[in-house]
Design a protein around this ligand. Structure first.
Ligand code: SF4
Length: 297
């Protein structure tokens, strides 16, 4: 298990099972805390072959350089980060996608996860990923025609890919919550249960050039739905746009840049993928970039 020291205690994490253990009987001193964020998301590329209205990925064409990426990942591992989530754009379109998953899984102790629309998870790609990825998040915004309207792809084809991907990794469903998808949540969580999906992540829709953020009505509905949820699949929620006292956060002191940061496809370190403030990493160490970012905030 990988060990991380933080303000909430000593955190052990097993990337193979997803097990987290927090030893909080003694609170470590600040100078003992792990220096890098607990989790990092990395947009490998901005390129994507779908055109979802609610997509907030920057439309400027950009991809990260493999050598630089490896260096940053190695440093993050040594500084105590527990997991890397690759995204985009569509991360499977990154030319070095297999190489970076393989490198991270074999040359570091980091958990390797990625978020994908799922339609490029061919049997060949999945066979190469086997053993080099610990968790795959697949976007499932509603079912049937709701899904097809947003993603422009067949829902039945997506489900085929979900079935195949289950054979190589634990899976999660990511659901963008808006006025339409909220109606399908019971069906999405039922499919998650049947497919033995580990987690459903709810992502309240953020405003883009094409869509508005989560409506007030849906905000109230999602709070009610969560409160009444009694399904078997674990629910998690993006903390952007939804404040609720029923969200359980066992690491309540380790927040902000100590908990999470994002590297975009242009190589800027940011507090989140939505943030406009970033620090170009370039040849700097991640630690130096992190320090500069903290000073800008
Ligand atoms: S699949 Fe993801 S990255 Fe691609 S357009 Fe849709 S939301 Fe954006």
């Amino acid at each position: 298990m990988k060990k991380r020291i933080g303000p909430d205690g000593i955190h052990f994490f097993d990337r193979y099972t997803g097990l987290n253990i927090l030893v909080d009987e003694v609170l470590p001193l600040e100078n003992e805390w792990s220096q890098a964020p607990r989790q990092i998301s990395i947009a490998l590329t901005n390129v994507c072959d779908l055109h979802c209205d609610f997509c907030y990925a920057p439309k400027v064409k950009a991809s990260l350089q493999l050598d630089q990426l490896k260096k940053w990942i190695k440093e993050l591992d040594q500084l105590g980060t527990l997991g890397i989530g690759f995204g985009g754009g569509e991360p499977t379109l990154y030319p070095h996608f297999l190489k970076i998953c393989e490198y991270t899984a074999n040359e570091t102790d980091l958990a390797v996860t990625f978020t994908t629309h799922g339609h490029r998870l061919t049997d060949t790609l999945l066979s190469h990923l086997k053993g080099n990825v610990h968790f795959i998040r697949i976007s499932v915004d509603g079912v049937g025609t709701t899904y097809e309207r947003f993603r422009g792809r067949k829902f039945s084809k997506l489900m085929e890919r979900v079935e195949r991907a289950r054979n190589i990794s634990s899976l999660g469903f990511n659901v963008v919550i808006n006025d339409s998808t909220i109606q399908d949540l019971d069906q999405v969580t039922e499919i998650a249960r049947k497919c033995d999906i580990s987690e459903v992540l709810l992502l309240p829709q953020q405003a883009t050039q094409n869509v508005k953020g989560l409506s007030k009505d849906s905000y109230e509905k999602i709070k009610k739905w969560i409160a009444g949820y009694s399904g078997e699949t674990r629910l998690t929620i993006s903390d952007i746009g939804l404040e609720s006292n029923f969200i359980c956060n066992p690491l309540s002191i380790e927040t902000g840049l100590n908990a999470y940061a994002h590297i975009d496809a242009l190589g800027f370190l940011k507090a989140s993928s939505y943030s406009n403030i970033g620090q170009k990493i370039g040849d700097k160490s991640i630690l130096d970039a992190l320090q500069l970012l903290k000073e800008c905030k």
